[in-house]
Design a protein around this ligand. Structure first.
Ligand code: NAD
Length: 321
């Protein structure tokens, strides 16, 4: 069994490798070569922690396993550790023997950013120039860094519920040489692409804050009750997702479905666009919306890629098991 510790991930994994792994597994999901197992997420009654598993099997990539972990809200204050903690376990699909244990914290941010980037590649207009960010926390910086590689954006605009945090994303824009401007929510009408990545339980982005032709990646809503955008926006948009079952139950589409504004059949897999079995964007005026809920297969795909890189560089730790 191989171990790739968290401390090695930053030196091994690239945004490109994460993008390629996620794009490939989304395609495999749509081709029904890969499937996610039902998610387990429990409040364990200790340290206010939320703990769970996301797993799956990719028959095409022969990746079997799970990500275990969750959220420990007291970690930072009490122990100087980050609050989100996760580890990926890979198994040999031929024998069931454990194959690898991989630090999952940085990988989670990279695979989540890769998902919205894949949606931008396949659904945003080719001539998109302005990218809008809603959210400026930990994930937002990864999201913006990856998205800026998908189109030659010439401006970043940003809004955040806590405006003092906007400097986090301004820094990323500046490092990429792209000017940044803080805007109010109606100012998002200038954006050709919008990424929302917040922990909100009420919508910020309303349907009339979005111009025709925009692509929106909603990346923050991954739990029942969370919501970042007005449900009416999904009714105005063509909706895509990583996994339909998650989108309608724990993703952004849960609200539009509950309000009867859209039906399950209106939610399409992004993988189908990658495979060519769905045409994707049909006009320059169409609003496309990607509901990125985060699936276990994404974690397995990037973990498997990082194990290959670690083996290549001779830094995977081998243990008898
Ligand atoms: P963070 O704590 O670093 O940042 C939270 C962000 O949400 C900040 O921008 C904050 O200002 C904003 N926010 C907080 N309360 C708000 C409110 N009431 N209204 C609007 N905005 C509010 O968190 P993070 O690590 O950046 O994670 C952001 C979200 O992304 C979380 O909800 C997390 O669960 C989700 N997430 C999703 C995936 C996925 O695959 N889809 C993966 C990882 C994280």
């Amino acid at each position: 069994m191989l171990i790739v510790p968290e401390r090695e991930i930053a030196n091994l994994m690239t945004r490109k490798a994460a993008f390629d792994a996620v794009e490939k597994v989304f395609a495999a999901m749509a081709a029904q070569d890969a499937y996610n197992f039902p998610v387990v997420r429990e409040a364990i009654g200790h340290e206010d922690a939320l703990y769970g598993f996301k797993g799956g099997f990719d028959r095409a990539g022969l990746t079997l396993g799970l990500k275990a972990g969750g959220y420990w809200p007291n970690n930072l204050e009490k122990r100087g550790l980050i609050n989100h903690q996760s580890t990926v376990f890979l198994f040999d699909p031929d024998t069931g023997k454990p194959a690898a244990m991989v630090g999952g914290n940085l990988l989670t941010a990279l695979r989540t950013a890769a998902a919205s980037s894949v949606s931008i590649k396949h659904l945003a207009r080719d001539n998109a120039k302005v990218i809008g960010m809603i959210g400026a926390g930990h994930q937002a910086t990864f999201q913006l860094r990856a998205a800026l590689e998908q189109r030659p954006f010439d401006k970043v605009i940003g809004w955040n519920y806590h405006p003092e945090m906007l400097s986090n994303i301004e820094k990323v824009a500046t490092e990429a040489g792209v000017p940044f401007e803080a805007v109010d929510l109606p100012g998002m009408q200038e954006a050709d692409v919008i990424i929302s990545i917040t922990s909100a339980f009420a919508p910020s982005l309303m349907a009339d804050h979005v111009s025709p032709g925009t692509h929106i990646a909603c990346m923050g809503t991954d739990t029942k009750g969370k919501q970042e955008v007005e449900a009416a926006l999904l009714a105005r948009a063509t909706v895509f997702t990583d996994e339909v079952a998650q989108s309608i139950s724990i993703g952004e589409a849960q609200h539009a479905i509950a309000e009867g504004l859209i039906a399950e059949a209106d939610v399409h897999q992004l993988g189908a666009v990658i495979n060519g079995s769905h045409p994707g964007r049909s006009s320059d005026d169409e609003i496309t919306l990607f509901d990125g809920t985060g699936v276990g297969l994404q974690d397995l795909a990037v973990a498997s890629a990082v194990v290959d890189l670690a083996v290549e560089k001779g830094i995977a730790i081998e243990v008898d098991f």
